[in-house]
Design a protein around this ligand. Structure first.
Ligand code: PMP
Length: 457
């Protein structure tokens, strides 16, 4: 190994604390040192390449190193990079807001910027609570959320996330919220078969709203896919029904489209599958094609004007981040959206997805695949010890860790969520790349996954 690379990696080991990582796992190995990225591929310092099959945490809808986006950023940088966003404004932020209003669901009219997914959720929660307070209903400060839902790692976002396995040490800091069951059809708590139920899992929502609607500000949902909770894809009809129930009460609906936005589900936004629009929408991740952190929380007129009054009435939204509406990030976002539209990437998806689905079908009978979930460019395989009983693997087996490491030897990046192995492919993927990636996966699955699941690794 090149000495310079090793030196650098020693410094990484000494000084850097990586996210979601037990650093001790790297006592006898290094993180993969990436030196270049192009399209769907990452290249490391040892001359290996990897297909970025999870789009670098679901951001890179257009792939890596997109010159048009870089040029837009450079052009912006030559003018100004960042301007404080209270008392001042700028064209990239204005133009982006106008575009976001044009492309997001009807009824959403005003954009509040922040700088990552979690902060956009914090903004949504605070807006929801203050909306009701500004209308004289200070008691409405609780939230409803879904089991297996995930909305970020900040304290507010954790309080409305149903992925408690990540949050245990902080439980005492989190505020009380109402949790309803996840539409996790594969492991239905009501023992119903998928597509053959009356959404019995929504009964607790009806009860909670009936008894507590006076206390509840909003419900927060990841539409159609509970992403970090295990890529749990669920029916449109479930969400339509849920929204109809919620709309009978004075309770706002927050959609977290941080993971599903910008084409992931086969439409530009998952909201487009639904009859009704949310009151608040959060977007981030692919907004800038993962070039710079940026997020937006988008609200209706009704919400915006609940804050719009004489200053001394105390209705101002006192929230902001230093990097709110960073001009380079906004320019990157404008170009990202322009390219998605110009290249007709969402319109071209069905043809690509047909090819992908042919490969996915083959895994139905695979020994350790309990469930296959798929929407748009997301494909997830839930691995189980026993297909009949759906028994899970013991945690001590660390399936996820083993797959993360071994998939790299096959030039693909798989970072399973628990025992759920997934692909989150970019919209720009070519049919030839789909064929190559899934052919590799076929070899990988039949050898390595079988070995790992059998306990031979
Ligand atoms: N909401 C959802 C649905 C997410 O998937 C994520 C990130 N995985 C977040 C919120 C948090 O975003 P960030 O990591 O940018 O804080």
């Amino acid at each position: 190994m090149n000495n310079k690379v090793t030196e650098l990696l020693e410094l990484d080991r000494k000084y850097v604390w990586h996210p979601f990582t037990q650093m001790r796992d790297y006592e006898d190995r290094y993180h993969v040192p990436i030196i270049r990225a192009e399209g769907m591929k990452l290249y490391d310092a040892y001359g290996n390449y990897y297909y970025d099959t999870i789009s670098s945490w679901w951001c890179k809808v257009l792939g890596h190193n997109v010159k048009d986006i870089q040029n837009a950023m450079i052009e912006q940088m030559r003018n100004y990079e960042h301007i404080m966003f209270a008392g001042f404004t700028h064209e990239p932020a204005i133009k982006l807001a106008q575009k976001l209003i044009e492309i997001t669901p009807r009824g959403l009219e005003h954009v509040f910027y922040s700088d990552n997914g979690s902060t956009s959720v914090e903004v949504a929660l605070k807006i929801a609570v203050q909306y009701w307070a500004n209308k004289g209903r200070k008691d409405k400060d609780r939230f409803v959320f879904l089991e297996n839902g995930y909305h970020g790692d900040t304290l507010g976002a954790m309080s409305v996330s149903g992925t408690s396995q990540f949050f245990e040490p902080y439980n005492s800091l989190l505020f009380d919220s109402f949790m309803i069951p996840s539409p996790y059809c594969y492991r239905c708590k009501y023992d119903k078969a998928e597509g053959d139920c009356n959404y019995e899992c929504l009964a607790p929502l009806r009860d909670i709203l009936e008894t507590n609607h006076d206390k509840i500000a909003a419900i927060i949902i990841e539409p159609l896919v509970q992403a970090a909770g295990g890529m749990i894809v669920y029916p449109v009809e479930y969400l339509d029904t849920l929204m109809k129930i919620v709309k009978q009460y004075d309770v706002l609906i927050i959609f977290d489209e941080i993971a599903t936005g910008f084409g992931r589900t086969g439409k530009l936004f998952a909201s487009e599958y639904l009859d009704e629009s949310p009151d608040i929408l959060c977007v981030s991740k692919a907004l800038t094609n993962g070039t710079l952190p940026l997020a937006a929380t988008i609200v209706t007129d009704e919400i915006y004007y609940a804050f719009y009054d004489d200053y001394l009435k105390g209705k101002t939204f006192f929230h902001g981040h230093t990097f709110t509406a960073n001009a380079i990030a906004c320019s990157a976002a404008i170009k990202t959206i322009e390219l998605i539209e110009k290249r007709r990437l969402v319109e071209k998806l069905p043809q690509k997805l047909r090819v992908m689905n042919e490969y996915i079908e083959q895994y139905k009978d695979f020994e350790f695949v309990g469930d296959i979930r798929n929407i748009g460019t997301i494909v997830a395989f839930e691995l189980v010890k026993n297909k009949k009983t759906k028994e899970r693997f013991k945690k001590t087996k660390r399936i996820s860790w083993q797959i993360s490491l071994s998939s790299l030897n096959y030039h693909i990046i798989l970072r399973p969520l628990g025992d759920v192995l997934y692909f989150n492919l970019p919209l720009c993927i070519e049919i030839s790349e789909i064929k190559e990636i899934f052919s590799i996966f076929e070899k990988y699955a039949s050898k390595e996954i079988r070995n790992i699941c059998n306990g031979n690794c």
